[in-house]
Each structure stands twice: as C-alpha cells, then as structure tokens.
Design a protein around this ligand. Sequence first.
Ligand code: FES
Length: 107
Amino acid sequence: MTSGWCRVGASDEVDDRQPRRFRLEAADVLIARVEGVLHAVDNICTHAFACLHEGRRRGVRIICPLHGASFDLRTGAVLGQPATEPLKCYAVREVDGSIEILLPPGA
Ligand code: FES
C-alpha cells in the first residue's frame, strides 16, 4: 500500500471554485482551494455513501448531494446534519506545480 507524499495532480487542476476529486490506490480524496490555500479531505460522506465532489460548494462548506449534510473543507468538521462524524483530513502541499497529499501508512 502506498504511503508518504503522493503526487495527485497539477496545481492548476484545482481552482477557487469547485473542489476536485482525486482517486488514489489508497484513498478517494476531495481537494479544494480556499482563499488560495489547498485543503484535502475524504471524498466520501460520513453519513451514508455519497461522493462529495458531486455536491455543491458554498464558501468553505461542501454540501452532500444525497441528504444535505455539510462539512468544512478546511477541517472536515460537520457543519450541518444528518452527518455527525467529521471527514478525515490529509496534509496537502504544492511542490513545483504539483499537488501532493500525505498518505499515512495503512491508509
Ligand atoms: S450520504 Fe451524505 S448526508 Fe447522507
């Protein structure tokens, strides 16, 4: 299983509008740019099973397309029910025009 810093795409693939999904061997990740800074969270809603990249973004909030739970893109915190569990967050960085996330061992 892959761990450590993994390149997921180019920096210009994520803008300040809609977050972007990146599927890796070990994770399904949603990466958003908030005021120029990248943030990475799990792409799967913690309430049931829905892909958050299909939801709507409102500021720092991503709204689940299935039942409307919302999460803070910066922290993964629940901002609106029915979800009660936060999203997992990943460390993310930009290096030489690429986006990299840190996958922990066993991710
Ligand atoms: S699956 Fe996301 S709110 Fe229910």
